[in-house]
Design a binder for this molecule. Structure first.
Ligand code: ATP
Ligand code: MG
Length: 199
C-alpha cells in the first residue's frame, strides 16, 4: 500500500470511529424542533426538502405558509398531489402589499388555528411553519402562544420554523438551528427571481 493510501485509510478509520462514537451516544428518539433562519437563500427550500423526505416514508405532513402563501410555489403544486400532505396558506398573502394590520392579523389567526390543530395531532409527523418569524416580528402572533403550542406537541412530531430574524426564545428551544448565510444573491445584481429556482 502506498504512503498516501495508508494515510488516507488511517484518516478514514479515525473519522469512522468518531462518527460511530457519536452514533452510540445518540440514544434519544423523539420529534425535533428545527429553525431555518438567516438572510441567505434556502430556508423555505430546505423546509420543503424535508417535507419531501417525510412524505417519502409515507408520513403525514402539514405545512402552514404565513405570508407569501398566495404566491406561486412549484414544490407545493407538485407535492399537494400527495394525500398525506395538507397545506394551509394565509389568506391575505404578502403583508407588505396589503398593509392592513387588522385584516392581516385576522388572516394570521385563521391560519394559526390550523397550525394549532396540526400541532395537537399525533398523526402528523411533521409540521412546517413557513415564514412564521415575521408574524412574531409584526406582533400578529405572540411568542408565548407559539412556544406553548410547540412545546405541548406530541413527542414524536417534528416542527420546522422558517424565516429571517427568528425569535431568540424559539432559537433557544430548538434542537437544530441553521442560519443561512447570505454570501451573494443574484437579486442584488438586478436578476429577477426565477421560476422553478426561487419559487
Ligand atoms: P427560498 O424560498 O428560495 O428557500 P428563503 O426561504 O431562504 O428562500 P425568503 O426570505 O423566504 O428566503 O425569500 C423568499 C424569496 O426571496 C425567494 O424567491 C428567495 O429565492 C428570495 N431570496 C432569498 N434570499 C434572498 C436574498 N438574500 N436576497 C434576495 N432575495 C432572496
Ligand atoms: Mg422563505
Amino acid at each position: 500500500m502506498s504512503d498516501r493510501q495508508q494515510r488516507h485509510q488511517q484518516a478514514m478509520q479515525k473519522l469512522k470511529s468518531h462518527v460511530d462514537e457519536k452514533v452510540a451516544t445518540a440514544t434519544e428518539q423523539r420529534g425535533l424542533l428545527l429553525v431555518f433562519t438567516g438572510n441567505g437563500k434556502g430556508k423555505t427550500t430546505a423546509a420543503w426538502g424535508t417535507v419531501t423526505r417525510a412524505l417519502g416514508y409515507g408520513y403525514r405532513v402539514g405545512v402552514i405558509q404565513f405570508i407569501k402563501g398566495l404566491w406561486e410555489c412549484g414544490e407545493r403544486e407538485r407535492l399537494i398531489e400527495d394525500p398525506q400532505l395538507e397545506v394551509h396558506v394565509m389568506a391575505t398573502g404578502f403583508t407588505w402589499d396589503t398593509q392592513n394590520r387588522d385584516s392581516d392579523t385576522a388572516a394570521c389567526f385563521e391560519v394559526w388555528r390550523e397550525a394549532e390543530r396540526l400541532l395537537a395531532d399525533p398523526e402528523i409527523y411533521l409540521v412546517v411553519l413557513d415564514e412564521i418569524t415575521y408574524m412574531l416580528k409584526f406582533g400578529y402572533l405572540d411568542i408565548d402562544t407559539v412556544k406553548r403550542a410547540i412545546a405541548d406537541r406530541p413527542p414524536e412530531q417534528s416542527v420546522i420554523v422558517t424565516g429571517r430574524n427568528a425569535h431568540r426564545e424559539l432559537v433557544e428551544m430548538a434542537d437544530t438551528v441553521t442560519e443561512m448565510q447570505d454570501t451573494r444573491h443574484a437579486f442584488d445584481a438586478g436578476i429577477q427571481a426565477r421560476r422553478g429556482i426561487d419559487y
